[in-house]
Write a new protein. Structure first.
Length: 226
């Protein structure tokens, strides 16, 4: 299997395992796809990310609608971690999806995945971080205020490539021991639109808005502002 397929399969298996223990009326998990490129310059899929400026590299991760799938569903550009997640002292994996919005705002959906059995996991400590991002014009490093910093790196395998950030957490978001730990953030697309706690009126699904508000009210999701 191509490395990109392996990565995507791992992610989808993780999502499926989480869904096994999710509440029956919870929103469907988003379909997330890695932005893995062939590297063929003839079709415009160059792997020469090192030649991109700080702002050009950032474009690979900026939240925006990128068109519909063959099934008609919308997709949005995001950055997300998987496989190379941070590992907490209790063995849980810490991962997140980042939505880089206009005017330097960012929403980070953070959660900790706890393995229950060999085939089932559950999500703990779901957290939505409302923060800001900035990019160093020289090093091209991305900083998410109160979350951490990512250094640009091109992931390569079998002639293919994907833009990533080698990310280091700057503090403990929910569980002690996260600070200083590392993860890899990949560029990709998702069927899930951003839920911004400060702009819920912009969420197109009334049901999604209601579920989010209920989860925050119950404490299932914690909102943190950095």
């Amino acid at each position: 299997m191509h490395p990109a397929g392996k990565l995507l399969t791992t992610l989808l298996l993780s999502v499926a395992a989480t869904a096994c223990v999710a509440e029956t009326d919870a929103p469907e998990d988003a379909d997330v796809s890695l932005d893995w490129r062939s590297g063929g310059k003839g079709d415009g899929q160059t792997c020469d990310f090192d030649a991109q400026s700080a702002s050009g590299y950032l474009e690979n991760f900026l939240y925006q609608e990128v068109g519909a799938t063959t099934g008609g569903g919308r997709r949005y550009r995001v950055g997300f971690t998987f496989e190379s997640n941070a590992k907490l002292a209790n063995g849980d994996g810490a991962s997140f999806t980042m939505y880089l919005l206009p005017q330097g705002r960012a929403i980070v959906n953070y959660h900790e995945l706890h393995r229950r059995t060999s085939v089932e996991s559950e999500v703990n400590n779901e957290t939505v971080v409302v923060t800001r991002y900035s990019v160093d014009p020289t090093s091209r490093a991305l900083t998410l205020a109160g979350v951490g910093t990512g250094t640009p790196r091109t992931a390569t395998s079998s002639g293919g490539c994907a833009p990533t950030y080698d990310f280091t957490f700057s503090g403990d978001l929910r569980t002690a021991g996260l600070s200083g730990d590392k993860a890899t953030v990949f560029a990709g697309t998702s069927t899930g639109f951003v839920i911004d706690p400060d702009h819920l009126d912009q969420v197109p699904s009334e049901t999604a808005r209601r579920w989010f508000e209920e989860d925050v009210a119950s404490g299932k999701i914690v909102v943190i502002r950095k």
